[in-house]
Structure formats: structure tokens, C-alpha cells
Ligand binder design. Structure first.
Ligand SMILES: [Zn+2]
Length: 296
């Protein structure tokens, strides 16, 4: 082996270990290996065919609200998650202790918008200036970020709760942009909806959705893109998210059901019980809720 190749092999081994350590699969009881690899290995099939819940508009908002750009993370540097430094290296085993109930299974999509008046009690996520999450599920999110960190996987929370009124402001601004170009109200709204989720239809309005990538991946990307699925952080989330009550909300190949393009970064809290079933059976939240209704 020549020196250059040897160096690259050694380097990739080091990167692999520091990105998400070998223990990344230790919590993987809830998801079969085959499912994980089939999702991770697949390519987006319907790019552009559906809506997206993340838009440049939304991302700009998030960027403005960012407390700190993640700086070159290493396995030994907790970065934005300083609140967890004193915890043991291996986070406590995920348990059914995380709260769940009808509130954690609320379906939000284009056909099921939240009312304009929807509000939820939120809690700040430690280590971030401006990231809020439903107070009943915030601990589950923090625990998941913690556990990833303990596995050497430095995750970064790009976006979490966004109020319906904030969503309305974003949508109205975009609609007015098109009206100023001569579009009718209806046509302007149609155009705006291609870029900004209509008020109440974004899961982020509910307070139970989190856009999560790895800190190092985010440093090299201005936008959330499907190639996040090639990272070890994504593999870690595939193996562990369900244990903390989270599901990959918009899987590849399910665009016809969710109405949303594949988003490997968007995780939805549904509670540990639902998350285990949804993940094991490779369902969407829409399908899971329908199944429950049939068996009720
Ligand atoms: Zn999202």
C-alpha cells in the first residue's frame, strides 16, 4: 500500500471513530440492521415531487436565531451540549419513562393543519440560545442528543419549535412577494406554499419536530439536503431515535403518503411505544394512526 493511501485509510478510521464511535449501534434493539441499511443506502426516488417542510425562508430564520455556529467538534469536546458534561459516558438506558399520550400522536400535515390559535408549553433546549421544544418531550430530546454525544456523535439541532403565528408571518411575507409581482391572492398563496409551509401545517408548529444533523456535516452545508443520510450521525439516529420516542417522519419512498419529500434530518417525537412500532414496521405516522383507528 502506498503511503498516501495508507494515510487516507488511517485518517478515515480516525474520522469514523470521532464522528460516531463504535458503540453507535449499542442501543439498536428497536431497529433491525437490515432496515437501517436499506434506508441509509437508498437514493431519493421522488426528488421534487412533494412539498418540503424546510425552506430557504425557514432556514434563514433559523440561521438568524442560531446561538453559535458549531465549531470543529471532536469526540472530547461537548460543544453546545455543556449541560450534560457531568453525566456518565453511557446515558441511562432509554426507557418507557418518557411521556406519551394522545398529545404525542397529533397528526399535522397539509390535510390536518393546527388551528391558528394553537399554543403549547415549551421548554428551552440547553446549549442553544433559541431552541424550544414541547415541555413534555424536551427531556427525551435532550437525552437523545446526550446519548449520541456519549457515543462520540456530535449532533446539532438546526430547528425545533416554531409558533403558528411565526409560520403565518413567514407565509404572508412570501405571499405578498408574489402579489407584488401581479399574482392574484390565490395564485400567490399557491406559489408561496411551494417555499413556505402553510400556517399550521408544519410539524415544527406542534413543538414535537426537530431537525437534527451532525455538527461537522452542517459546517459544510448551507441547506438541509438528503445527502445527510450518508453520515454516521444519520446511522446513529436510525439505530437509536426510537428508543427516545422519535421517528424519522418523512422516509424515502413514503412521499405519496406523507406529501413531503424525503427528509433524513426531520425527527418527530411520538413517544417510545409508538416509535418502536412505527420504526419496526417501517410505517409513517399517517399509517400508524390509521392502523390504530382500525383496531380501536
Ligand atoms: Zn423539519
Amino acid at each position: 500500500m502506498n503511503k498516501a493511501i495508507g494515510f487516507l485509510v488511517a485518517l478515515s478510521a480516525v474520522i469514523g471513530l470521532t464522528a460516531c464511535g463504535e458503540s453507535a449501534t449499542e442501543h439498536s434493539q428497536s431497529m433491525p440492521e437490515s432496515q437501517s441499511s436499506s434506508i441509509a443506502g437508498s437514493q431519493p426516488q421522488y426528488a421534487g415531487s412533494g412539498a418540503t417542510t424546510e425552506t430557504m425562508e425557514d432556514l434563514k430564520e433559523q440561521l438568524l436565531g442560531r446561538s453559535s455556529v458549531p465549531s470543529a467538534p471532536t469526540a472530547n469536546e461537548p460543544g453546545g451540549l455543556s449541560a450534560q458534561e457531568s453525566k456518565p459516558a453511557q446515558a441511562a438506558a432509554p426507557s418507557q419513562a418518557f411521556a406519551e399520550g394522545d398529545w404525542s400522536l397529533v397528526l399535522v400535515n397539509a390535510q390536518n393543519p393546527l388551528p391558528e390559535t394553537f399554543t403549547v408549553e415549551t421548554q428551552a433546549i440547553p446549549g442553544y440560545d433559541d431552541r424550544q421544544f414541547d415541555a413534555r418531550a424536551a427531556q427525551a430530546l435532550v437525552s437523545m442528543l446526550d446519548a449520541a454525544q456519549a457515543d462520540g456523535c456530535h449532533l446539532y439541532l438546526v430547528s425545533s419549535y416554531r409558533s403558528v403565528s411565526r409560520q403565518t408571518a413567514l407565509f404572508t411575507r412570501k405571499t405578498n412577494f408574489y402579489k407584488a409581482q401581479g399574482y392574484s391572492q390565490q395564485d400567490a398563496e399557491t406559489e408561496a406554499a411551494k417555499l413556505v409551509a402553510r400556517p399550521g401545517t408544519s410539524e415544527h408548529n406542534l413543538g414535537l419536530a426537530a431537525d437534527i444533523v451532525s455538527a461537522d456535516w452542517y459546517q459544510t452545508h448551507d441547506d438541509l439536503t438528503a445527502d445527510f443520510e450518508t453520515t454516521q450521525a444519520f446511522a446513529w439516529l436510525q439505530n437509536n431515535a426510537a428508543s427516545y420516542g422519535f421517528i424519522l417522519r418523512y422516509p424515502n419512498g413514503k412521499q405519496a403518503i406523507t406529501g413531503v419529500d424525503y427528509e433524513p434530518w426531520h425527527y418527530r417525537y411520538v413517544g417510545p411505544t409508538a416509535a418502536a412500532q412505527i420504526t419496526a414496521q417501517q410505517l409513517t405516522l399517517e399509517e400508524y394512526i390509521e392502523q390504530r383507528g382500525e383496531h380501536a
